[in-house]
Design a protein around this ligand. Sequence first.
Ligand SMILES: Cc1cc2nc3c(=O)[nH]c(=O)nc-3n(C[C@H](O)[C@H](O)[C@H](O)COP(=O)(O)O)c2cc1C
Ligand code: SF4
Ligand code: SF4
Length: 264
Amino acid sequence: MKVNKSDIYVFSGTGNTLSIAKKIAEVFNSKNVLTKVHRIEATDPKNIELSSTIGIGFTVACWNTYPMVKKWLKALPVSNGTEVFLFDSMGDSSFKMIASIAKQLENKGYKIIGSKEFKMPNNFLLVEKEEKKLKKLNITMPLVEKFAEDIIAGKADAVKGGFIYCLFFSFTSLVVNTWNWKLSQKMITFKIDKQLCTKCGLCADICPKNNITMNEFPVFNNKCEICLRCISYCPVKAISSKLLYKNRTHRGIPTGEIKWRNPI
Ligand SMILES: Cc1cc2nc3c(=O)[nH]c(=O)nc-3n(C[C@H](O)[C@H](O)[C@H](O)COP(=O)(O)O)c2cc1C
Ligand code: SF4
Ligand code: SF4
């Protein structure tokens, strides 16, 4: 079927996946496929437009994706053949998790018309130096353009999984679900440097889980899914965590664009 109109739904912790979604939309719009990008955290899955060709993009986290994304996917309405393309962004490897997500959507009646995983700068642990990040982006962004063109031309490939990949996906699903446990939340703990923090409230405003309350200084509650957005975008680097290597962070897009309450 020809792609006439598209809605892309994306979750992006620190901007990498959003920059891919925006590039796909740019290519689509340049070819007269009217395309809008929406944020998963700001969209009720029950209200998505099933007559459009749908794109869904997400971050790879622990060879899986965030519980909030999985919950959103699970809540999508049953469809009768809505065309969907999938993409994700990862630092290095995902063990083909996107194939398992595709399977779940197929089981709900969606038709997968392509899927691709893109290597982007690492936002966690192995955060690369700027030069290496640029190298990665120079390789990946042309692949994103090609993927978008292939989707429109109806000749995009889909990542193939298989039994072992599905099994591993089930295992990593168990792991990411433990992130919501009280014990895990205690271990995640982010610390605020009160000398540095300007009490600007940005971290609370951009958290996709509404996990941060401003109480003079930010207070973290028990719903964090380690997307790293607050840490990465704090303008004065006042948030630190044991989870990070040398407190290195990454921003995939400018601060204004990460604010999920703003239109894209
Ligand atoms: C908690 C967490 C887990 C991650 N797990 C993986 C992983 O399993 N494999 C991988 O290649 N990258 C992993 N990454 C890196 C991100 O997938 C990668 O940097 C991605 O492009 C970030 O996208 P975003 O900015 O849209 O959130 C992880 C990042 C975080 C924060
Ligand atoms: S974004 Fe940084 S400076 Fe602003 S309130 Fe949060 S921790 Fe403080
Ligand atoms: S507290 Fe920070 S890392 Fe946790 S979900 Fe919110 S923005 Fe993401």
